[in-house]
Design a protein around this ligand. Structure first.
Ligand SMILES: [Zn+2]
Length: 220
């Protein structure tokens, strides 16, 4: 899980409502340009373009609310899709690309699960800007095909990784009350010995909760 830094731009805004049916993945084609730099660029003058978020190797910056249309992939797609831009390292950099990829996979999955209520990632709800161009026209851009290719990836790899992350997020939600098989003996024992009530199996513990459990173990 990553933090989404909200820095809404005041220029290049449509203020038109969007009920997103999917997300378009882009790349900035601006080597070395960070998410913060793109926020400043789109917030400082009329650029005739915009996107909902920018992801670099350090942070995720959201510049437009998910329920407002941005100007990222032509009239047809803008009215239907969220647009997210992946930043480019200044030169070929596997580590920085890996960090951008990981954050992007998480953000897309998070949005499908929590904003769009979509569980099945398809070619109809996750498209590259390039695929928007081929299917709907209204735009000439081919990103992020070249950027992905430089790192041995395709849009299908992206869809596959987002699907896996969606599954992971959904399982986490469904399994939050389930005791893992390997922990069952310990679960029975802590309840039997009145050390813990055995609820909230996947929650983190605080130091004072551990002290209390050790105290009960030594004194019950
Ligand atoms: Zn694009």
């Amino acid at each position: 899980m990553f933090e989404i830094i909200n820095k809404h731009i005041t220029k290049n805004r449509s203020y038109k409502s969007l009920i997103p049916q999917g997300i378009v993945v882009h790349e900035t084609d601006n080597p070395g340009g960070t998410a913060e730099a793109h926020y400043r660029y789109f917030n400082s003058a009329d650029r005739q373009a915009s996107a909902h978020a920018f992801i670099d190797w350090d942070v995720i910056v959201q510049t437009i609310p998910w329920n407002e249309q941005a100007w990222h992939a032509g009239a047809y797609a803008n009215a239907r899709f969220i647009g997210i831009e992946l930043c480019r390292p200044s030169k070929h950099d596997d580590i920085k690309f890996g960090a951008v990829w990981e954050k992007s996979i998480w953000l897309f999955a998070h949005l499908y699960v929590n904003e769009l209520n979509i569980k099945e990632i398809t070619k109809d709800n996750l498209l590259s800007h390039d695929e928007i161009r081929m299917r709907f026209g209204g735009t000439t851009h081919t990103d992020p095909t070249g950027y992905f290719k430089e790192y041995g990836k395709t849009i299908n790899d992206f869809r596959k990784d987002v699907q896996n992350k969606v599954n992971e997020l959904l399982n986490k939600e469904n399994d939050s009350d389930k005791i893992s098989d390997w922990a069952k003996d310990a679960w029975y024992w802590v309840k039997e010995a009145a050390i813990s009530d055995g609820t909230r199996p996947k929650d983190f513990v605080t130091r004072e909760e551990i002290w209390t459990m050790l105290y009960r173990m030594g004194n019950n």
